[in-house]
Design a protein around this ligand. Structure first.
Ligand code: C2E
Ligand code: CA
Ligand code: CA
Length: 239
């Protein structure tokens, strides 16, 4: 299990992490999630995989800041929302942990969002779990989901972050997504921030949090406490 920090655009503090899986296969070496996640989805193995992420996270909670101002984001497939399956797993695996940080469930727009079980979405909201729409802008008819899913967070896809300074059309889409989310009072995260220019652009437009190689590459969860220590020390040093 790997994780990548999210940086508060205003205060520069680390406000949470996203959990990202890596698979090491004995014969084939490291396999990227872009390869094995769609495979797991096709083989009906995605729910067990998410349960693994939840139980591993709970096991490793002592490594992490446990106050409410810190969040853990997990990626959950739309299929796991069926018949409130994810709720049962959270009840069993996540809710008993105490204390625990804020949980954010990231639902990717690649998945067929129209099939998402809206009872599950409502239950998540009621129980204090936040909902983020991942890869926003890459799917289709994104706008209607904003009304039905009522997300707390939109994650601007890295294609749009990468467009800053070199692709006028996609950069215009980025600006529109930002003002849309702000009008609807939805928090924004920019993914794939790789340069200081991109970070400044997003910060100047009021994007709340930044994630990308410019701050940190995904790292094993067990390396995160050390990374956080040095991040906090660096951000306390006079500029
Ligand atoms: P995602 O949720 O959009 O995750 C962000 C991806 O962007 C990660 O790829 C991350 O390593 C990469 N990334 C982060 N910063 C940068 C950057 O500055 N530049 C560039 N070019 N890339 C950056 P990763 O780890 O290969 O994961 C790929 C996708 O696999 C994820 O995309 C997510 O959809 C899926 N995935 C990963 N772990 C899980 C999981 O536990 N469950 C599910 N259902 N899906 C997962
Ligand atoms: Ca994600
Ligand atoms: Ca994403």
């Amino acid at each position: 299990m790997y994780c990548q920090p999210l940086i508060n655009a205003r205060t520069h503090s680390c406000e949470g992490i996203e959990l990202l899986l890596r698979w090491h296969n004995r014969r084939q070496g490291w396999i990227a999630p872009d390869v094995f996640i769609p495979l797991a989805e096709r083989q009906n193995l995605i729910a067990p995989l998410t349960r693994f992420v939840l139980s591993e996270t709970v096991r490793q909670l002592p490594l992490l800041p446990l106050h409410n101002g810190f969040h853990i984001a997990i990626n959950v497939s739309a299929s796991h929302f069926h018949r409130q399956e994810i709720i049962k797993d959270l009840q069993q695996l996540w809710w008993p942990a105490d204390p625990k940080p804020q949980l954010i469930v990231e639902l990717t727009e690649r998945d067929a969002l129209p099939v998402v079980d809206l009872h599950t979405v409502a239950f998540l909201h009621k129980s204090g779990v936040k909902l983020a729409i991942d890869d926003f802008g890459t799917g289709h008819s994104s706008l209607s989901y904003l009304k039905t899913l009522n997300p707390d967070v939109l994650k601007i896809d890295k294609i749009f972050t990468g467009a800053i300074g070199n692709d006028a059309i996609n950069a215009t889409v980025t600006d529109m997504v930002i003002s849309l989310a702000q009008r609807l009072n939805i928090a924004l995260v920019a993914e794939g921030v790789e340069t200081a220019q991109q970070a400044t652009y997003m910060r100047d437009r009021g994007v709340n949090a930044l994630q990308g190689y410019f701050y940190a590459r995904p790292m094993p969860l067990t390396d995160f406490p050390l990374w956080l220590d040095s991040w906090q020390q660096d951000s306390q040093m006079p500029a």
